[in-house]
Design a protein around this ligand. Structure first.
Ligand SMILES: Nc1ncnc2c1ncn2[C@@H]1O[C@H](COP(=O)(O)OP(=O)(O)OP(=O)(O)O)[C@@H](O)[C@H]1O
Length: 237
């Protein structure tokens, strides 16, 4: 896929496959084109060139997309006056999903005890859990999660790691973007690295790290030429 905005190409002929049964991490410096790529995967932004298919099919042609692809984008988008339970009930009803899925995803995301509270009183971590619950609602074989650990406390991060591994073990396809390389090193099997709109790496963690002391070192080496924002070293004066 490629995406141009005005005169600038923000995603430049990026091609990749995301395989089932493993966690694929999606990394890149600020402004690299991760969100734009994810929005194109989900049909929220139209590519200037190229296309996206899920098991050979276009998302637009699917009758019940939530059963096919679950997504977490911006956890802040839920109406604050709704309870988590009401939000998920509404999503289930409007997408033809069975009511019992609401209780199941509330259980899987640890939100049962707070499901009757209005979302405006939720912490960022609770909102992230609710966003993950919504992504899981249709029991989809594919999950695309943008910055899912954002705002999660240490227990939440630990819970999420286990959840990701379980979802991969169930044979699902998981694409997870993050800025946290150390977190990716713990959960991902495979990494896509993007920089300045180009795909810089599409490798297993072991392959990418080979020849470097750590995954972080490998990441800095791969993205060195495409990082637009890097502070000068040294103390502030
Ligand atoms: N609607 C838009 N119109 C014009 N330019 C855009 C638009 N959306 C994104 N861009 C530009 O595209 C580039 C890639 O942005 P994008 O949000 O995809 O990067 P990102 O990798 O998700 O960054 P971050 O890690 O900071 O969230 C940036 O230079 C951004 O300014």
């Amino acid at each position: 896929m490629s995406k141009r905005y005005g005169g600038s190409t923000v995603v430049d002929a990026v091609t990749f496959d995301v395989r089932p049964g493993r966690v694929t991490g999606f990394l890149g410096p600020n402004g690299a084109g991760k969100s734009t790529t994810i929005r194109m995967l989900l049909g929220l932004t139209t590519p200037t060139a190229g296309r996206v298919t899920f098991d050979g099919r276009s998302l637009r042609l699917m009758e019940t997309p939530l059963r096919e692809v679950g997504a977490l984008l911006d956890a802040a988008t839920v109406h604050g006056g709704r309870t988590a339970h009401a939000h998920l009930r509404w999503l289930a009803a409007s997408n033809g999903l069975p009511k019992h899925r609401v209780g199941e995803v509330l259980g899987r995301t640890g939100l049962e005890a707070v499901a009757g509270r209005r979302v405006r009183g939720y912490s960022l971590g609770m909102r992230q859990r609710l966003g993950i619950a919504a992504a899981l609602l249709g029991d989809p074989p594919v999950l695309i999660l943008d910055e899912p650990v954002n705002g999660l406390d240490p227990e939440g991060v630990h819970w999420f790691r286990t959840l990701l591994r379980d979802l991969a073990a169930e044979g699902r396809t998981l694409l997870v973007s993050s800025h946290l390389i150390t977190e990716m090193a713990l959960v991902a099997d495979h990494l896509l690295v993007i920089g300045a709109g180009r795909l810089l790496a599409d490798q297993s963690i072991q392959e990418l790290t080979r020849g470097h002391a750590t995954l972080e070192d490998a990441y800095f080496a791969v993205t060195a030429a495409s990082t637009q924002y890097r502070a000068k070293q040294g103390g502030a004066r």
